[in-house]
Design a protein around this ligand. Structure first.
Ligand code: SF4
Length: 715
């Protein structure tokens, strides 16, 4: 996979095409959804698909009965081999030599073309993108736009080779060639193979959406039509089709409607060139190939809610940099990783699941309401349950993180060891195998005094008085604030004090466990959750807050998840979670959006970076902007304020090459905004973006919102 990544990163065309599409897609998607309530729509779709997935067998039987009664044949294929053999045997029995195919991911999944071609049949793709790939011997890199990774020039070269004539890269010229070449194939073919987007059990109807019209030619011209339909495409009622058709084109390509929506309810007769009416054969291959196993899995069954819109790929910061081929299998991106695990075996997904940066952006966009990042984390945990962690991560997860004192002692050792490499609080170059860590960004040095040492001496007089102050707000620092940016903790302390709230800092608190969650180390994550819950319970607090949205995500959601099956700790985790707020939300609520803060007014342009977990998990976007404006700052929005910065915790260490490219895009937006101050609410993003701007000598100050506000506080 590392080699595939290297190759993808060395291809500027790929990044260019994916980057341009990524930007345009967001604009068209938003336009297409104008006037629609996406949340309501996806609620409907997820409920339809969840119910259908729960009754897969029943719906498959009903669909089969209805299709049989209309004269079609239905074959239940348990796996890829059965599906391939059925189609091959049918073609041989009818003397078919030439086949046309419209776009079908299920046919890619079973590697049908290769199989049929090996057996001496000619099977031609008729979707433009798929045909380009077939001619150039490549695989699709995207579920909806299979050749998105190729430029016009590359396509012109492929077509020129096919017709032995040098062609220009003008799109109308290329389309004309495709039309001329493919029309002939439709007329010659004895069989047309398609997929289906939806299969309705109630009526026995196949619904096929295409933008090129090739789907209609494939399903109508040849005398035999074979549709390969994954069991997850089944829905119960005809009325279930509408919401899916509303979301599919909007989420896939930002279109309000697909150019062609074809519904097939049983075979329709064909008229040959001589005007003779001939019967049509319709065969449906209902494909299982791992779907029943998925349905039986209490966690992964939600992946059957997928409508294959590929929105999750379109918004994935990693996919936009490396494209689909690095995933090594037919289905790509986040959902592709999960489908690969079930359709190709878990071992085939054990590497690619690492590609997820954990930004959770896909989850916000998915019309099937699938928790894709959650499923990837589960996949990772199952890989670790089975294979264990390798050497150093294992030591860190099992020995260091659960032992707070040892962990903190090691940080002190690291603080001493970094001395020769730091200047002005930054580490710009590291030696030997650590060099990659400072490539493209400088790193902050470990602070001389962690927040836990500072907090006890912050303000003795106030600390003594504050015992009376209410409410008591437990502050969870998290490793970055505690050991790298203690000044953020001081800023939170000042703001809480200003609002008459008491900061309580339990010294027994430790890492939030997010590194363990992302590594798939369930036991360590659960142990850290227990330690933190016990520390804050002992302190007796009304609220728990943190200046890190990733820690807040762990505290609010992952503790509950990690301890769900624990009879002693499950309830305690839920009580703890009910008290957790991000600091921006707590401050905005208690200060009435900053109106009740006494702030010296400042001037200057600020741009705000929405951290992935702040926006994606907590939905907080307005509050920090309001707070910044309350200090007199002029807010200028950058392009894509909610795009990932590429940090992703240990991701930037595991995949620095991908992280840097994501960072590069983000820095360009920040610089182009014209702001002199970048505000954000996550210490991880602060590390990444400050380091990136510093290593490019850009004179833009980067600060946490809490710092900016604390600096403006009037006595
Ligand atoms: S997981 Fe969701 S966003 Fe991704 S392809 Fe499926 S329905 Fe679309």
């Amino acid at each position: 996979m590392k080699n595939n990544i290297k190759e993808a990163l060395a291809n500027p065309n790929l990044r260019g095409a994916l980057g341009r599409f990524g930007n345009d897609y967001l604009v068209s998607r938003e336009k297409a959804y104008t006037g629609k309530n996406f949340e309501e729509l996806r609620e409907k779709i997820s409920s339809i698909k969840r119910s259908a997935a729960g009754r897969m067998e029943e719906l498959a039987d009903r669909f089969t009965q209805n299709m049989l009664s209309r004269g079609a044949k239905v074959y239940r294929a348990k796996n890829a081999q059965e599906a391939r053999d059925y189609i091959l045997n049918l073609a041989m029995a009818r003397g078919v030599k030439k086949i046309v195919k419209s776009k079908s991911m299920a046919s890619e999944e079973i590697h049908l073309n290769e199989y049929l071609n090996e057996k001496g049949l000619e099977s031609v793709e008729t979707d433009l993108g798929e045909w380009i790939l077939q001619l150039s011997g490549q695989k699709p890199s995207h579920m909806v736009m299979p050749a998105i990774h190729m430029t016009r020039g590359e396509v012109a070269d492929v077509f020129s080779g096919e017709i032995n004539l040098q062609l220009s890269s003008d799109i109308p010229v290329l389309v004309k060639v495709a039309r001329e070449q493919l029309r002939r194939k439709f007329l010659e073919a004895g069989m047309g193979i398609s997929g289906a987007n939806i299969a309705v059990a109630e009526t026995g109807t196949l619904v096929i959406t295409t933008n090129e019209g090739n789907g209609r030619l494939t399903t109508t011209l040849p005398p035999i039509h074979v549709a390969i339909v994954g069991l997850e495409k089944l829905v119960e009622k005809f009325a279930d089709v509408e919401p899916i058709l509303e979301a599919l084109p909007r989420s896939a390509t930002g279109q309000k409607i697909t150019s062609y929506v074809t519904m097939i309810t049983g075979p329709t007769p064909v008229i040959d060139a001589g005007g003779n009416v001939k019967p049509k054969e319709l065969h449906i291959v209902l494909l299982d190939n791992g779907r029943s196993q998925m349905q039986a899995d209490p966690v992964f069954k939600q992946a059957l809610q997928c409508i294959r819109c590929a929105s999750c790929l379109n918004v994935c910061p990693v996919f936009q940099i490396v494209g689909g081929h690095v995933y090594g299998h037919v289905y790509t991106g986040g959902i592709g990783t999960i489908l690969t695990a079930f359709f190709n075996g878990f071992e085939n997904a054990s590497d690619i699941q690492n590609l997820c940066i954990g930004c959770e952006r896909c989850k916000r966009f998915c019309p099937g309401k699938i928790d894709i990042p959650g499923l990837i984390r589960e996949l990772r945990s199952r890989v670790v349950d089975k294979k264990g962690l390798p050497g150093i991560p294992k030591f860190v997860m099992q020995r260091v993180l659960p032992n707070r004192k040892l962990f903190h002692r090691l940080l002190k050792v690291a603080h001493a060891a970094q001395k020769p490499f730091q200047t002005g609080g930054l580490v710009r170059h590291l030696p030997l195998f650590l060099a990659g860590l400072t490539e493209g960004r400088s790193l902050p040095a470990i602070a001389d005094k962690p927040f836990r040492d500072l907090v006890v001496a912050l303000d003795d007089k106030k600390v003594a008085q504050e015992e009376q102050w209410q409410p008591r707000v437990g502050f969870f620092a998290g490793c970055l604030t505690d050991f790298i940016y203690p000044r953020l903790g001081v800023a939170v302390y000042k703001l809480l004090h200003h609002m008459g709230m008491q900061m309580v800092f339990p010294l027994e608190q430790t890492c939030c466990g997010m590194p363990a969650v992302y590594m798939g180390s369930r036991e360590t994550a659960a142990e850290l959750a227990r330690q933190n819950i016990a520390a804050f319970e002992k302190a007796g607090v009304d609220y728990i807050t943190t200046a890190c949205p990733t820690c807040a995500h762990a505290l609010k959601h992952h503790f509950v998840e990690a301890l769900a099956g624990d009879p002693k700790w499950g309830e305690r985790a839920r009580n703890f979670s009910s008290k957790v707020y991000t600091f921006a939300a707590l401050l905005a609520e208690k200060s009435n959006g900053g109106q009740n803060l006494k702030l010296a007014q400042t001037t200057g342009k600020v741009t705000y970076h929405d951290s992935c977990h702040m926006k994606g998990v907590f939905g907080i976007t307005v509050e920090p902007r309001e707070l910044l404006k309350s200090a007199g700052l002029e807010l200028v929005e950058m392009e894509g304020p909610d795009r990932c910065c590429g940090f992703g915790g240990s991701y930037s260490i595991k995949y620095p090459e991908i992280s840097q490219h994501i960072l590069e895009k983000k820095l360009a937006s920040i610089i182009n905004s014209g702001a002199e101050l970048l505000a954000l609410d996550c210490p991880g993003c602060l590390l990444q973006l400050h380091g990136g701007l510093d290593s490019r000598d850009k004179n833009i100050t980067v600060k946490h919102t809490a710092e900016i506000l604390a600096e403006q506080l009037l006595p």
